[in-house]
Design a protein. Sequence first.
Length: 319
Amino acid sequence: MKTLAIILPCYNEEEILPLTIRKMKTLLSGLIKARKVSPRSRICFVNDGSRDKTAEIIAAACAKNKMFCALNLSRNFGHQGAILAGMYEVCADIYVTIDADLQDNPDCINQMLEKIEEGCDIVYGVRDSRGTDTFFKRTSATLYYRLLKWLGVNIVYNHADFRMMTKRAVETLKQFPERNLFLRAIVPLLGFRSATVYYDRTARQAGETKYPLSKMMALAWNGVSNFSIVPLRMVTFLGFAICFLSLIFLCFVIYRWSVRGTIVGWASLVTIITVFSGVQLVSLGIIGEYLAKVFVEVKKRPLFIVEKKIGFDRETQDC
């Protein structure tokens, strides 16, 4: 039987963690009892620099049951970095990543294991619908996925970071030394055989979302700028278009001057200058964003730093 590692990134989740611990313990115990995974399988909580009692709750769970282990990161590295920390630091044959808020259905792990047994290396958890989302979030998400597809980014529609991967897929993922992380688009680049499992996402049962609008916008921009150079090409095409329009305007000015001798229109001239200045600043901003990402990549700073390991034994950390 293969060992399973369930990775749960946590950030200020003290309100939902007791329920999550009970749910995941029951789930993994059932899988072990049904002989679908090895008794050496583990549930790994990754504390991503939480400022509440998340670390204490996880430590207490690890002390009571050897089924649990934990990683305490030295600071908040972000959701994507916490996921990689769990997959890279725990040794297993199969990895599944799922958020600790239980909005993604953990019972789908059983179906994912069946897909792995059929020969898949990656199984994506995909939302069957967005009925629990607000109209704004549902509409913006749909437009965003369409935008990514138009920009040429390979991404699974309505898939977040609930996925299962084999050890081979995770080892291959380590060959991507990117610092600007967007796993939703990186994982499909692996090219291994994949499958999807559909589920209904539920409302959060306790606590508050850790992804407000600002973080969602930042993640969305990462998805665009990390995997598509179309915005840069649009700046180039925009520059050519403005040059073309400028030549037309220049011909118009020469014509008016030759006919009337005096050109009147201070307001229109200022308007044109203002618009073009705005276009230039936006273009420089887009180029600056890409340069900033190159700046981060060149430094090659660590994706995460583990401050403390809890409940790890030799089998858990040595492959």
